[in-house]
Design a binder for this molecule. Structure first.
Ligand SMILES: [Cu+2]
Length: 359
């Protein structure tokens, strides 16, 4: 054995030891990275409201946001069913679940349970010593084919209706709002209102509780939307796939990089509705909640005007009309000036006559 062998053996051993230690340590390393990632993200969480709120406060009078008494869409402790619904689609889906699916499921389950119990009690080896050798019964076979088909038809009709309602295109006059998913927060772009974007980060537990809002759902800047008006809600993934989902509005679409998805959303009542990112999108996927604040249209417009760069289509139309009128006046003025050239000579000619009698 040469010195090289001896040197190599401990080296191999050392290498393996280092490898083993690094394998066992790697989860901690990953975790440490998570925390390292978490730390700088938390800084903008605090910084974002200051950045966005400050110019808003300067630009226009402060807008009074809804307090916790207006929270309508949120999970309840021990809740088993759906959240209360605040859209037409949500109410339809809830009706379909409560009035059709649940009764059918319960009746079928009880029927199958009763059949099982009956078979166990009546046709066991002790009470039924001579088994029947019947192998076909046309009536029973028709019944157990036709009844399930009818059940499926009863489920299919409202089910397909619901799907078609969910995929209805937004009307032309719908207000377009774009929800951009970022790792790990949301940005709401008001495309029809000047194109400004509101950045929305989760509040810390302490801030949420002191505001009276549910922790891990409360955010610093809510997505303010008009109530009773169709919204063309578009989603976009700025980095990876996210999903924009609000259970109480029966609304969920993926936010995919490189494409825009859109659905129409019409909220029936003013209030606050909470949702979350619903596509696993990375380390802080669970900490990018959605909070929608639905306000009557006038209040929504007031909020829009309180945002830097915010404007309404009416204001834009009025400004455009004003500009057009001013332009028309200018053109008319030029025209008048040209037209007045001849009368101007006339007035000059008239002037001496007019002056003459007074002399
Ligand atoms: Cu996400």
């Amino acid at each position: 054995m040469t010195f090289g062998d001896i040197a190599r053996k401990p080296l191999t051993f050392l290498t393996m030891l280092v490898a083993a230690v690094s394998f066992t340590a790697s989860p901690q390393t990953v975790f440490a990275q998570d925390q390292a990632v978490t730390a700088p993200i938390e800084a903008p969480v605090d910084a974002a409201p200051a950045d966005t709120a400050a110019p808003a406060a300067e630009a226009a009078p402060a807008f009074e946001h809804y307090g916790p008494d207006m929270i309508k869409g949120q999970p309840t402790p021990g809740g088993l069913g759906f959240q209360d619904q605040y859209t037409a689609n949500g109410n339809y889906a809830l009706w379909m679940h409560d009035a059709i699916l649940l009764p059918i499921t319960v009746v079928i389950s009880l029927f199958v349970l009763a059949l099982l119990l009956w078979v166990i009690a009546r046709y066991n080896r002790r009470s039924n010593t001579v088994p029947s050798k019947t192998s076909h019964n046309t009536l029973i076979e028709i019944v157990w084919t036709v009844i399930p088909v009818l059940i499926l038809v009863v489920i299919a009709v409202p089910s397909i209706t619901l799907i078609s309602r969910q995929y209805k295109s937004p009307p032309e006059d719908a207000i377009t709002i774009k929800a951009n998913g970022y790792q790990w927060y949301w940005g709401y772009e008001y495309v029809d209102n000047g194109g400004f974007e509101v950045i929305s980060n989760m509040l810390s537990d302490e801030d949420a509780l002191s505001a009276g809002e549910p922790h891990q759902l409360a955010v610093d800047n809510r997505m303010v939307v008009p109530v009773g008006v169709p919204i063309r809600l578009q989603t976009f993934g700025a980095d990876v796939i996210h999903s924009f989902g609000i259970p109480s509005l029966w609304f969920k679409i993926d936010a995919v990089p490189g494409r825009i998805n859109e659905r129409v959303l019409t909220i029936q009542e003013p209030g606050i509705y909470y949702g979350q990112c619903m596509e696993l999108c990375g380390a802080r996927h669970g900490y990018m909640p959605i909070a929608i604040e639905a306000r009557p249209l006038e209040e929504f417009n007031a909020w829009v005007l309180s945002q830097p760069g915010g404007t309404t289509p009416e204001l834009e139309a009025a400004a455009a009309a004003e500009a057009a009128a001013a332009e028309a006046e200018a053109v008319a003025g030029e025209g008048d000036a040209n037209a007045n050239e001849a009368p101007a000579v006339g007035t000059e000619a008239v002037a001496p006559d007019a002056i003459a009698p007074t002399i």
